[in-house]
Write a protein that binds this ligand. Structure first.
Ligand SMILES: [Zn+2]
Length: 181
């Protein structure tokens, strides 16, 4: 199992502070986060799909493929209690942590319809999968082994500077202006 540090460092660095903050808040509630999965490459996703069939998303269609999702278990060092995938929703809810997860802007897998996955959180509410997929293909091309979608610029003109798409549109606009001078 990769360490917490290895999993966190695989996430998109632009959203990493969201995880750092959430983990701090969870810790303040007496729980230890043990990450089990973070960024999954599109090649790894294709292998997972081949293994699990429809139990796994196609490459590019999982929030894990963009470094904006983690899976995790929770451990309470005081009581020795673990919260895992098979733990009932009511038990998770009783800790108050799902409420915190939602209030922090994450989507909680315990809320999924028909595919209960309480160990999963992601930021798909803020970064829709179709937009991420289009941006990844535009940035890296369609050769699956060359797509490093955890490096995508998710924040446009924010901390990460302009995205490839923004630059391209900018160049087009400049081109049109020059052409019309
Ligand atoms: Zn997951």
């Amino acid at each position: 199992m990769p360490t917490n540090a290895a999993i966190l460092s695989s996430l998109n660095s632009q959203v990493l502070p969201r995880w750092v903050k959430l983990e701090k808040d969870i810790k303040a509630m007496g729980w230890t986060v043990v990450y089990t999965s973070g960024y999954r490459t599109w090649v790894e996703q294709a292998a997972l799909r081949a293994q699990l069939g429809k139990g796994a998303a196609l490459p590019g269609y999982s929030s894990h493929n963009y470094g904006i999702a983690t899976d995790f278990n929770l451990y309470n060092p005081k009581t020795g209690q673990w919260l895992k995938k098979a733990t009932p929703k009511a038990t998770w809810e009783a800790t108050g942590i799902p409420k915190l997860i939602r209030a922090s802007g994450f989507r909680w897998g315990g809320d999924f319809n028909g595919n209960y996955d309480p160990v999963h959180i992601d930021l798909i509410n803020e970064f829709p999968i179709d937009q991420l997929r289009a941006l990844a293909l535009q940035t890296f091309g369609d050769k699956v082994d060359q797509i490093k979608a955890n490096l995508l610029n998710l924040l446009g003109n924010g901390a990460g500077g302009p995205s490839g798409a923004t630059i391209l549109i900018g160049l087009l606009v400049v081109g049109i202006i020059i052409k019309n001078l």
